[in-house]
Write a protein that binds this ligand. Structure first.
Ligand SMILES: Cc1ncc(COP(=O)(O)O)c(C=O)c1O
Length: 387
């Protein structure tokens, strides 16, 4: 085993101990069992039921978002958010190259085309300075629309994503959205519990989305939510995600092609219990960050990613970044850490390198590509810091 791989294994071991550690394991107590049992007893396990409403209300209170629509996944929430924002066939949507594939997939579900944007090393999210320069160079305004000069297509929306829970420079991104007439849909799938200037991520743009997949900071098994301050947008999202059914005592009237995307009640029951623990999970993950920071402070050639200034990260996935001179060692480090029972994972393959997205428009993506060669996510479960 190479020296760096040995040092990384030793540093992880000093934080998490000798037992195996997953990347991000959910934690359940009697609270979840009690609410799920109650939901089962009520027989209202599907999309009509009090837990869905309660989960939405509790999320609205936690995030400060005036409207919340719970859905079956973060991807579904992103699809609906883009649709209600008016994204349609042949529009372009600006998305980060360094993201989970769902960010681009949701754009394609709308018949639109993802257009890839580079990252910023200090936030891991979109780089606002370079994004603005790029838009000045490559787009023009025609009748209030931002038009790509090369493809002639309308650039309709911008989807900033808070990578691994760390807030990007959202105020600057929102300003760019205003300047270029772009709707902002924040992909805050990983950022529940993260804030910038005290405001919750996902509440800065026209709409935002969260994910409650099993690997997220809280889970509903599978699930997601759309956040927005716009009443009409929320009501249209609710309608579209419930098969566009017009309420009626018995008739099945659907006034457009909708989606079966509502969160089932039994999943919302898990979510209601999980939400009561969210603040504790965030605190534990912030402590875990401190532990890793100190353990890796003596390992040359790596750094633990620290929340950008002015914001508070949920530290969803702890992120180790190798210096460029050590990037060739990433496979060995991944191999050794996993062999020793510490589940680590690399960053996503940048989306423009995936087969379905190879021919999409893009800016120069050297930062995203470099980060993708150097990021390793470390075991990050909130349970690792349980007292
Ligand atoms: C950045 C990002 N966007 C979107 C999603 C999609 O969420 P889901 O898995 O709930 O569909 C995820 C997560 O899984 C994600 O990490």
């Amino acid at each position: 085993m190479g020296v760096l791989a040995q040092q990384v294994v030793a540093a992880i071991q000093s934080v998490v101990g000798d037992t195996k550690a997953g990347l991000h394991e959910p934690e359940f107590t009697s609270a979840e069992y009690r609410l799920v049992q109650d939901c089962l007893d009520s027989t209202m396990v599907s999309s009509v039921g009090e837990y869905v409403e309660r989960f939405e209300e509790n999320l609205a209170e936690y995030t400060g978002s005036p409207y919340v629509v719970a859905m079956s996944s973060g991807t579904a929430a992103l699809h609906i958010a883009l649709l209600v924002a008016g994204v349609g066939p042949d529009d372009e949507v600006l998305v980060p190259a360094l993201s989970f594939v769902a960010t681009a997939n949701a754009v394609v579900y709308c018949g639109a085309i993802p257009h890839f944007i580079d990252s910023d090393t200090t936030t891991l999210g979109m780089d606002p300075g370079r994004l603005r320069d790029y838009l000045v160079e490559t787009t023009e305004t025609q009748k209030g629309r931002c038009v790509n000069r090369v493809t002639g297509r309308t650039v309709r929306a911008l989807v900033p994503m808070h990578a691994y829970g760390h807030p990007l420079l959202i105020d600057e991104i929102v300003e760019i959205g205003k300047e270029f007439n772009l709707t902002i849909i924040e992909d805050a799938a990983e950022a529940l519990g993260s804030t910038a200037s005290g405001k919750h991520m996902g509440t800065f743009g026209d709409a935002g989305i969260l994910s409650f997949n099993g690997n997220k900071i809280i889970t509903t098994g599978g699930g997601g939510a759309l956040l927005t301050g716009d009443r009409k947008l929320a009501s249209r999202a609710r309608h579209l995600s419930t098969t566009a059914k017009i309420p009626h005592k018995w008739k099945y009237i659907h006034d457009e092609v909708g989606f079966n995307y509502r969160m089932p009640n039994v999943n919302a029951a898990i979510g209601c219990a999980q939400l009561t623990k969210l603040s504790v999970f965030v605190e534990r993950k912030r402590e875990l960050y401190q532990e890793y920071k100190s353990a890796f402070s003596t390992v040359p050639g790596v750094r633990i990613f620290e929340e950008p200034e002015g914001c508070r990260s949920n530290y969803w996935l702890q992120t180790l970044i190798l210096d460029e001179s050590f990037e060739d060692e990433i496979d060995e480090i991944l191999e050794e850490t996993n062999r020793c029972g510490y589940m680590t994972r690399p960053a996503w393959i940048p989306l423009h390198k995936l087969k379905p997205y190879e021919t999409c428009p893009k800016m120069r993506l050297e930062v995203a590509e470099s980060l993708a060669r150097r990021i390793i996510n470390l075991p990050s479960s909130p349970g690792l810091m349980r007292q």
